[in-house]
Design a protein around this ligand. Structure first.
Ligand code: ATP
Length: 248
């Protein structure tokens, strides 16, 4: 579908088209379109901008990535299509591994996402040799790579299912989540939740990584005071205040 550039919702409509195409190509499961729609509604409520609590969480997420021994960025279909290039840039800045891990897993889809990611860089993308299972999750949902997510100390997830987030936390991992919905299970279970849109959040985390790398002395003082529950309450408060400003 040809969308006129003058359309006030041009960006949103072209993003939808991109996701529909990815669905037709088998990169994205059809359920990924539903997840996107859910995100769009929360993006509206946030005013389609990075709110201050998200900015705080983005800096903390960057600090945690730099403070981790084996951080891994988990990529599903939506994340690959929306922010594949940005994920690779973040992985190179930290540096850390990237693993394709999808909720509706088929080996074909995993390979298609890996191929999609390869267009942005020749860094190794894990996910095709899933040889371990996250305890508490059935196969194929719990499949992951032994040397990737399974043995990571920190996993960054975006648009993630709450069950999987909880299972990763149960394994003792630090989970950094990017999710537009401050109320969902992923947001409540993660160690650090960034309530922001994935294409806004990842470049901002990358910028923080680059800045913090120049002076690592500050890292602990950024991580220690962070309280995820309080940050989520601040995000909800922002939504309420912007609705009040609009007269609701
Ligand atoms: P949970 O299982 O955590 O309670 P859920 O069932 O709503 O949540 P899914 O539908 O599996 O979760 O995942 C989609 C989540 O991703 C939603 O919370 C949605 O708000 C969020 N989301 C969708 N699009 C984006 C995006 N572009 N950036 C960030 N988050 C998004």
């Amino acid at each position: 579908m040809k969308i006129p550039k003058s359309h006030p919702r041009y960006r949103s409509l072209t993003t939808r088209e991109k996701l529909v195409e990815a669905c037709e190509e088998g990169i994205l499961a059809v359920q990924g379109l539903i997840a996107h729609g859910r995100g769009e509604s929360f993006n509206y409520l946030l005013g389609e901008r990075t709110i201050p609590p998200a900015d705080v969480a983005e800096e903390v997420a960057a600090a945690v990535l730099l403070d981790s021994e084996r951080p891994v960025l988990s990529v599903n279909g939506n994340v690959a299509v929306l922010a594949g290039e940005e994920v690779v840039a973040l992985a190179q800045a930290v540096p850390c591994q990237v693993e394709v891990n999808v909720f509706h897993r088929t080996e074909g889809r995993v390979s298609k996402i890996v191929d999609h990611m390869r267009q942005f860089s020749d860094i190794r993308i894990l996910g095709e040799n899933a040889n371990a299972v996250i305890p508490g999750l059935d196969q194929p949902r719990g499949l992951c790579e032994q040397d990737g997510i399974f043995s990571a100390d920190t996993v960054l997830v975006a648009l993630e299912d709450g069950d999987r987030t909880e299972a990763l936390v149960e394994m003792g991992k630090t989970v950094l989540a990017i999710d537009l919905n401050p109320l969902c299970r992923t947001s409540r279970k993660a160690t650090v939740t960034v309530v922001d849109e994935v294409t806004r959040a990842i470049p901002r985390i990358t910028d923080y990584v680059k800045t913090l790398k120049t002076d690592r002395n500050n890292i602990q003082s950024i991580i220690d005071p962070f309280d995820n529950k309080k940050n989520l309450e601040d995000a909800i408060q922002h939504i309420c205040e912007s609705l009040e400003r609009l007269g609701f």
